[in-house]
Design a binder for this molecule. Structure first.
Ligand code: PLP
Length: 408
């Protein structure tokens, strides 16, 4: 079976040639055909264009940003500032004159900055906020910290849990109506779930909470994986927080985009210090690379691989898929809003997940096998997560399925 095996889609043949060309641009992936990197939800591999942009910057104009007045410093300042605009453009920001972009080390720091510097001053005594208790821990702790900080100042804020549907892992939008009230002042939600891979349908949250409540979106698993378009009325959120390193940029990069139309404008407090200039350079190159590749096409490729893996795995006896039991492939009426995005998480009935992780690595598959940083998850009850990106191939999925079936 060749690595260029097409997916059975309308554009299967064309897409597989396109994908093969893209895969060659990832030196670490292309250099190790005996291995399969299936852990892109943790961090993505980096295309050569990103590595070269970093090297070019460091060997032609490395300096600090916003300080010196000589050419290297000016060039660095210009790179940092123009990358803010590039982030807005990448996200199809409909009002770039009004919004802001703040660079962080990743989603964790971004969410914490929103909580500490924007949410804390915004909330008052008796206000309520809605947050996810079964998403990534990075998307729970900052809101609880904000509540504690306010309590220390004598301001009592209620933290309510976003309800979930137990089988699919989606938010339960019907039950949501019961927890939203007149004092609901803020919602924290996730775009794509890091365990279940499902689109969490934030437009349904907006429909329930109404037009005035700010929503902060954890987009760690969507930016770089699928089109994230803020000009789409279905994505009427106020903050988009993401990790650059999961979107082809270097580790230690991320950003907060703030719409700045509901509540006060987002301005992180205090002295910001030297930015991660190299990371920001890499982020810019990564966004250029992603736009050139086409977020739509990337999403179509990974959705195809996800469908193939999910729909076959659920027929192999001892495996239990977490989240949506099926991939809700293209012919499903729900496909557009609920398809899994490049993440498939499962357990084997008899083999503990950490053992399964080791077994899979002995066959060359690099997967995540633990409790996946999920808030509230029992660390003893791990699972195995396969997470995909555009460099992954049909052949890798089929090889994985063969090994998984042999363990049945
Ligand atoms: N939120 C989600 C949904 C994630 O998947 C992750 C990382 O896996 C994070 C937040 C934290 O991202 P980072 O480690 O880049 O801060």
């Amino acid at each position: 079976m060749s690595a260029a095996q097409p997916l059975p889609t309308a554009d299967g043949e064309k897409d597989s040639l396109w994908q093969r060309e893209l895969r060659q641009q990832f030196p670490l992936v292309a250099g190790h055909p005996e291995l399969a990197y299936l852990d892109s939800a943790a961090t993505s591999q980096k295309p050569r264009a990103v590595l070269e942009a970093v090297q070019t910057y460091l060997t032609t104009s490395n300096a600090n940003a916003g300080r010196g007045t000589y050419p290297w410093a000016n060039r660095t300042t210009e790179l940092v500032e123009s990358t803010r605009e590039r982030v807005k453009e990448f996200l199809h920001d409909p009002e770039p004159g009004r919004s802001g972009v703040h660079f962080t080390s990743g989603t964790t720091e971004g969410l914490r900055t929103v909580a500490r510097d924007w949410l804390v001053p915004y909330l008052g005594d008796g206000d309520e906020i809605l947050v996810p208790f079964a998403d990534h821990r990075a998307h729970l702790e900052p809101w609880l910290e904000a509540q504690r900080l306010l309590a220390g100042r004598g301001i009592d804020v209620q933290v309510r849990a976003l309800p979930y549907q137990t089988v699919s892992g989606d938010y339960d939008h019907r039950a949501l109506g019961e927890v939203v009230g007149p004092r609901t002042r803020f919602v924290a939600a996730t775009h794509v779930h890091h365990v279940y891979g499902g689109d969490m349908n934030v437009h349904r949250i907006r429909a329930v909470v109404g037009p005035d409540v700010p929503i902060c979106l954890d987009a760690a698993q969507s930016v770089g994986h699928l089109p994230v378009r803020l000009d789409d009325p279905a994505l009427d959120v106020d903050f988009v927080v993401f990790s650059g390193h999961k979107a082809m940029a270097l580790p230690g990069t991320g950003a907060v985009w703030a719409r700045n139309t509901r509540g006060p404008a987002f301005r992180p407090d205090g002295w910001q210090g030297t930015p991660n200039t190299v990371g920001i350079v890499s982020l810019r190159a990564a966004l250029d690379w992603l736009d050139a590749a086409g977020p739509d096409r990337i999403a179509r490729w990974t959705a195809g691989l996800t469908t193939r893996l999910t729909d076959r795995l659920r027929h192999i006896g001892p495996y239990e898929l977490l989240g949506c039991p099926a991939s809700l492939a293209a012919d499903s009426a729900l496909a557009a809003s609920q398809r899994r995005h490049g993440i498939v998480t499962f357990r084997h009935r008899d083999i503990p997940s950490d053992d399964l992780g080791f077994i899979l690595f002995s066959h060359g598959f690099m997967v995540r096998a633990d409790s996946l940083c999920q808030a509230g998850a029992d660390p003893r009850e791990g699972s195995v997560r396969v997470s995909l990106h555009v460099y992954n191939t049909v052949e890798e999925i089929d090889r994985l399925l063969t090994v998984l079936a042999s363990l049945a």
